[in-house]
Design a protein. Structure first.
Length: 151
């Protein structure tokens, strides 16, 4: 495995070029290309999610009917917290949420959905990066066993 400082400073697109586990230079370049492609895809997905979240928040602010519809589940959550949990902290949380305007409740729900989606995209990106890393590590081991030497 490559040194952590190299990974953190150079990033997933450059790290394979310094990794001795990736075998020859052609395998390292292919791995780096696949990692860069994965990074670009994740950035594009993040951009779409952030843009959609901002647009939905803006729409909830400008369209009162939309804010009313989206505020209902948030109010149900607040009522449920107050009914189920008797501890003072949870009562305060429920009262705080109940006291928010419909627009703020709608924006809070939209933000929660947007953050959850961003977290999913980040996990998916990290998982795919690990798969790519393992694929090219395995290829290097197979080439080493078969004595295939390129660049």
């Amino acid at each position: 495995m490559t040194d952590y400082s190299v990974q953190s400073m150079a990033g997933t697109g450059i790290t394979p070029l310094f990794s001795s586990e990736k075998g020859d230079m052609s395998n390292r370049l292919n791995c780096a290309g696949a990692q860069i492609k994965n990074n670009i895809k994740a950035l594009a997905e993040d951009t779409v999610v952030i843009g959609g979240t901002v647009a939905a928040g803006y729409a909830a602010k400008k369209i009162p009917g939309l804010a009313k519809v989206l505020a209902a589940p948030v109010q149900w959550f607040a009522d449920g917290v107050k009914a189920i949990c008797s501890k003072p902290f949870f009562q305060k949380v429920g009262n705080f949420i109940s006291g928010m305007s419909k627009t703020n409740k709608a924006i809070a729900l939209i933000s929660l959905i947007g953050l959850s989606t961003l977290a999913y995209v980040g996990r998916k990106h990290a998982y795919k990066a690990g798969q790519i890393d393992q694929l090219y590590t395995d290829r290097a081991k197979l080439r080493e066993k078969a004595n295939i030497n390129t660049l």
